[in-house]
Design a protein around this ligand. Structure first.
Ligand code: DDH
Length: 352
């Protein structure tokens, strides 16, 4: 008999599902940040995609050019080596997947596993060499505000509504003094995707943080004290109007108060850009005080952005629906999919 012909390996949805499951298995790590690599993997997928320029059709997630210098050394990409390194064993286990598809699938997986919406996925990104690296400056600068955001995201092809929806990803993760220079998480639950980023933007009073690092906002603690509801001691009455992050019951509200005040009393201010921490950066989760970037704050200062913030703060389902659409678009910018490429969705590991 003639030897059966063996063509090139064509991975199926089941093969990608195996990669998804393997990524889901390596998200948690109690020694890293808030206990999960999920947020930094989302950031890797976003920074791989967010270099896209619709006019020149350069950049985007096709290529995984952040593997190479100079792109890996761009200031905006500081710290993303942790995410790329975390995925190396997965690449070794499934050598057929391209880095470009792997990084995006990791973003999809991390969003879903952290309680976010389903993000549809199409495979077919090809890795490219160093010559496809994009110039520095294509990703947003956190110290800048609405005009800059519209210029950067407009270059990728996004509307105001999509910019606001995408930035809701800041419910996840934190800033690191040894990466961007900023410090702290945006929400109390940085490993769960919720609409808390929008709720906090609207409900808290934000003030400039007094420190040696870059200009950022923190919750005004005196304002918090002034808000302590007189009826808090009486469980029967509702303290809805003074809710810290939109919690409905007075017990939840009290718990949120307690967390806020506790984090304000913490002594982690020594951990600034100018005062290196004595513990290794990967083990030091940094400040627990909530923060906002100047770029985040412009979402409530600009009235055309603000109306979307208000909608998403009220309606998490709507946020999830729009976030899923905008992230799918982001992750596919500039990818030359073959005609007829199927769209797949993967189940979160909790539903398997
Ligand atoms: Fe972001 N982001 N991002 N971001 N981002 C940072 C962290 C994370 C901006 C600046 C910063 C998006 C939009 C913007 C995530 C996801 C997304 C940090 C801190 C800065 C600074 C980095 C560090 O110190 O480690 C700015 C500016 C914008 C904007 O202008 C809109 C978008 C669109 C996304 C997305 O995923 C769709 C995530 C997740 C993190 C947390 C990373 C981590 O390690 O934790």
């Amino acid at each position: 008999f003639p030897a059966p012909k063996t063509g090139p390996f064509v991975p199926t949805k089941e093969d990608y599902q195996k990669v998804y499951t393997a990524i889901a298995d390596i998200l948690e790590d109690n020694d890293y940040d808030d206990g999960s690599y999920g947020p930094v993997l989302v950031r890797l997928a976003w920074h791989a995609s967010g270099t896209y320029d619709k006019d020149t059709k350069t950049g985007g997630s096709n290529g995984a050019t952040m593997r190479f210098s100079p792109e890996s050394d761009h200031g905006a990409n500081a710290g993303l080596k942790a995410a790329r390194d975390r995925l190396e064993p997965i690449k070794a286990q499934f050598p057929w997947i391209t880095y470009s598809d792997l990084w995006i699938l990791a973003g999809v997986c991390a969003i879903q596993e952290m309680g976010g919406p389903t993000i549809p996925f199409r495979a077919g990104r090809q890795d490219r060499d160093v010559s496809a690296c994009t110039p520095d400056g294509r990703l947003p600068d956190a110290s800048k505000v609405q005009d800059h955001l519209r210029a950067i995201f407009g270059r990728m092809g996004f509307s105001d509504q999509e910019i606001v929806a995408l930035t809701g990803a800041h419910a996840l993760g934190r800033c690191h003094t040894d990466r961007s220079g900023y410090d702290g998480p945006w929400t109390f639950s940085p490993t769960m995707l919720t609409n808390d980023f929008f709720q906090l933007l609207l409900k808290e009073k934000w003030q400039w943080k007094k420190w040696n690092g870059p200009a950022q906002y923190e919750v005004c603690v005196f304002y918090l004290f002034s808000l302590i509801p007189p009826d808090l001691a009486s469980p029967s009455s509702s303290s809805d109007s003074t809710s810290v992050v939109g919690y409905k019951s007075w017990e939840d509200n009290l718990a949120a108060w307690y967390m806020l005040l506790q984090t304000h009393n913490s002594t982690d201010d020594a951990n600034t850009a100018n005062t290196p921490s004595s513990s290794p950066p990967t083990q030091d989760a940094g400040s627990k005080k909530l923060m906002m970037l100047p770029a985040d704050m412009s979402l409530v200062k600009d009235k055309n952005f603000r109306k979307h913030v208000e909608l998403y703060a009220k309606d998490q389902d709507k946020f999830f629906e729009d976030f899923s659409k905008a992230v799918t678009k982001l992750f596919e910018l500039g990818v030359p999919f073959k005609e007829g490429t199927e769209t797949w969705t993967f189940k979160p590991s909790t539903e398997e």
